[in-house]
Design a protein. Structure first.
Length: 332
């Protein structure tokens, strides 16, 4: 008897069940509450919920603290890893939580983009990493990238304060057609904004191991075969260039550019751009006795089960945990 044909929805559901099961069944890296202490920064207008990230790290055995004031040596006592997510200076901070209005974006997300960190913050963090601490930086496009430029410089990292796009798929006409009033990328086609749709598709890309976009590295290989990274999604973030001793995990191809608008999401055919071919979207660096991991887009922080439902072929959540394990000394 011939078996009934399996439908595509059924196949997709089966795949999601397998992915969700694998996420839930992975053994924590450490016994509960016995892992390294992670300090999560919430003192610099950070744009990601503390509770969500703390819960995820605690599930892997890490101990978590919250930083609610500027950095000082006392706050870093007994801390092994500091996690900084989407910081902003007060000048560029949005006035309220939740989705911003077009007027709020236009007023806050414009140049200049001063450092989110004081000179004292940067000095303390640089010294702490050199003495053996581990720093995890999660950026995004302008202005979040600009807020971390001075901190990056302290570690020899050059950060482009812009939006990373594939120049080969980005025509002047596409840029000119993007609407100026708070335009933002959307996965849905927009007949009223065809240029915006094409521009967004130019910024959404997948780094593939098979094509050289994902490096062959202990971090991308993971501690088990199930943690091996083959593909990672990137959705209009920023780019950076590591010093020679750094290791790029996700590398932009030769056609990529960084668009540098005066106001976020307001592009025109006159918007400045710079080439970022060979630059990184994710990488790591040893600094004396310490370590630094940096990613240019916050999709790396996606919640595993929700991500598996939306992007079952992409391994962003696993790459985040692999990088965290490298910072912890579990991967070398």
């Amino acid at each position: 008897m011939r078996k009934p044909r399996t439908t595509r929805p059924a196949l997709l559901l089966s795949a999601l069940v397998l992915i969700a099961g694998s996420v839930q069944s992975q053994e924590p890296a450490y016994p509960h509450g016995a892992g390294p202490t992670v300090l999560i920064d919430t003192a610099h207008h950070n744009g990601d919920p503390f509770e969500k990230n703390a819960a995820r790290l605690e599930e892997d055995g890490y101990r978590v603290r919250e930083l609610k004031q500027p950095f000082d040596r006392e706050a870093l006592v007994d801390v092994q890893i500091t996690l900084i997510i989407l910081p902003l200076a007060s000048r560029n901070a949005l006035p309220s939580p939740g989705p911003p209005t077009q007027a709020e974006l236009a007023a806050a997300w414009r140049r200049p983009t001063p450092s989110a960190f004081s000179e004292a913050d940067i000095t303390i963090l640089r010294e702490w990493v050199g003495e053996g601490g581990a720093l995890f930086l999660v950026l995004d496009h302008f202005p979040m990238s600009g807020a971390v430029q001075e901190l990056g410089t302290a570690f020899g990292i050059e950060i482009s304060n812009g939006f990373a796009f594939d120049g080969a798929r980005l025509s002047e006409q596409d840029v000119a057609q993007v609407m100026a009033q708070g335009a933002h990328c959307t996965p849905q086609p927009s007949p009223q904004r065809p240029g915006l749709e094409r521009l967004c598709s130019s910024g959404n890309l997948v780094f593939e191991r098979a094509e050289g976009g994902v490096a062959d590295d202990p971090i991308t290989n993971g501690r088990t075969p199930g943690q091996r990274i083959e593909s990672v999604g990137f959705f209009t973030g920023s780019s950076f260039r590591l010093p020679p001793e750094g290791r790029s995990l996700l590398t932009f191809g030769p056609s990529f550019v960084s668009l540098l608008p005066e106001v976020a999401w307001q592009f025109s055919d006159k918007t400045p751009r710079e080439g970022i071919g060979g630059w990184s979207a994710g990488g790591v660096l040893r600094v004396e006795r310490g370590r630094v991991a940096i990613f240019g887009e916050d999709g790396i922080l996606a919640e595993p089960l929700a991500w598996a439902e939306r992007h079952p072929e992409l391994q962003n959540p696993q790459l985040f945990m692999n990088a965290l394990h490298w910072l912890s000394g579990l991967l070398d």
